[in-house]
Design a protein around this ligand. Structure first.
Ligand SMILES: [Zn+2]
Length: 121
């Protein structure tokens, strides 16, 4: 049981650190792109190690090359056929899309909305 309690404590610390790293990445994303990339890499590494969900933060960086998006290195378009937001990374041309307009898993007692609220995004 002690192990489980420790794990929860670690998760809280990890969440805090990921939050801080993303704030720092946002601070540096216009001036120093490489530093921002390193912060994102560190945040993703922590999240993977502690089984954290990044949630909406996934839309802030490129999945392939870890660039933190700003107005110069990304392009955001709405695809009305797929009902999706498409983010194109201009560094590596990786396109990421996520849906809009539809709610997922509405039959499960709004489980998704509760998770999003807990993350304080
Ligand atoms: Zn990229």
């Amino acid at each position: 049981m002690a192990y489980k309690r420790d794990e929860e404590k670690f998760k809280n610390i990890a969440e805090e650190r990921v939050e801080i790293l993303f704030i720092l990445a946002k601070k540096f994303c216009l001036t120093d792109v490489e530093t921002a990339k390193n912060y994102v890499k560190a945040a993703v590494r922590i999240a993977k190690f502690c089984n954290l969900r990044l949630g909406k933060k996934k839309a802030l960086f490129c999945k392939r090359c870890f660039t933190f998006f700003n107005s110069e290195n990304s392009r955001v378009r709405l695809n009305s056929k797929k009902n999706a937001v498409e983010i194109l990374c201009l560094n590596c041309r990786y396109k990421r899309s996520y849906g809009y307009g539809t709610e997922k898993n509405t039959g499960r007692g709004n489980r998704n909305t509760i998770i999003i609220q807990n993350h304080n995004l």
